[in-house]
Design a protein around this ligand. Structure first.
Ligand code: MN
Length: 243
């Protein structure tokens, strides 16, 4: 079994493909796949176990995120299941998170389904400035898993636009970025009184002597060279947000 993950930000698409070399599915059975509690082989002596719910759940979850599921299969060769999700959709969903520190009274009035969706309030909003899709996925996922809301910007100009729009609690700033580099973006942000004290962590892939000083001079609070340990990055974020 192979899991492939592909992201294409230009195409606004994240694809997860699960590929197996199993028994495969005949074309006439493909339509049964997404029906709950149905196994393609329903005989009592069937070889394959399961409740017949997995794919239904996957499809419904993908639907909820505005995505889709595809199946390609050949009997005796194997199957390939692909989940397509929109990256932009994910970002919009994040922007619609409830504001931080919603008063408890307001929370209690919302109905149960809403409360469960909002139960995990973000620990803070992080603006992740990064042009590399793989870094966006790994860092973004990690921080979201640890309770932060992550908004992505792909270049220096976008960082400034998004910072103005969302007023992040902290900015992770890649230094090498197209259009406007991270150092210039930091300098511009620091001239704006709204961002004079926003914690900024600068990250650079080419660890060159003097990088640290250049980042701090531009106005960053902290500097880390990439690949940064996610755990150290997380601790740095926690420390800066606690100040
Ligand atoms: Mn970069």
């Amino acid at each position: 079994m192979i899991l492939q993950v592909k992201a294409d930000l230009e195409m606004d698409l994240i694809q997860f493909a699960v590929i197996d070399t199993g028994i495969g599915i005949a074309p006439e059975h493909l339509h049964q796949l997404f029906q709950p509690f149905v196994q393609v082989d329903s005989g009592l002596n069937r070889q394959q176990e399961g409740t017949g719910l997995g794919l239904v759940l996957v499809q419904r979850l993908a639907d909820l995120h505005g995505g889709s599921v595809q199946v390609e299969s050949e009997v005796g060769k194997g199957s390939r299941f692909t989940i397509n999700l929109s990256c932009r959709q994910a970002e919009i969903a994040k922007l619609e998170f409830p504001p931080l520190q919603t008063p408890p009274a307001v929370r209690e009035q919302t109905d149960n389904s809403e409360v469960s969706a909002q139960a995990l309030e973000p620990r803070g909003v992080i603006l992740l400035a990064e042009d590399n899709a793989a870094n966006i996925l790994t860092t973004g996922d990690y921080l979201e898993t640890h309770g932060y809301q992550v908004i992505v910007a792909h270049d220096g100009v976008e960082v400034i636009q998004k910072a103005e729009a969302i007023q992040p609690d902290l900015i992770l700033m890649d230094v090498q970025m197209p259009v406007m580099d991270g150092l210039e973006a930091i300098r511009q942000l620091r001239t704006d009184s709204r961002f004079a004290f926003t914690p900024i962590v600068a990250l650079t892939a080419l660890a060159m002597p003097g990088d640290r000083e250049r980042c701090l001079e531009a106005g960053a609070n902290e500097y880390m060279s990439k690949p940064a340990s996610l755990k150290i990055l997380l601790n740095t974020i926690k420390d800066l947000l606690a100040k």
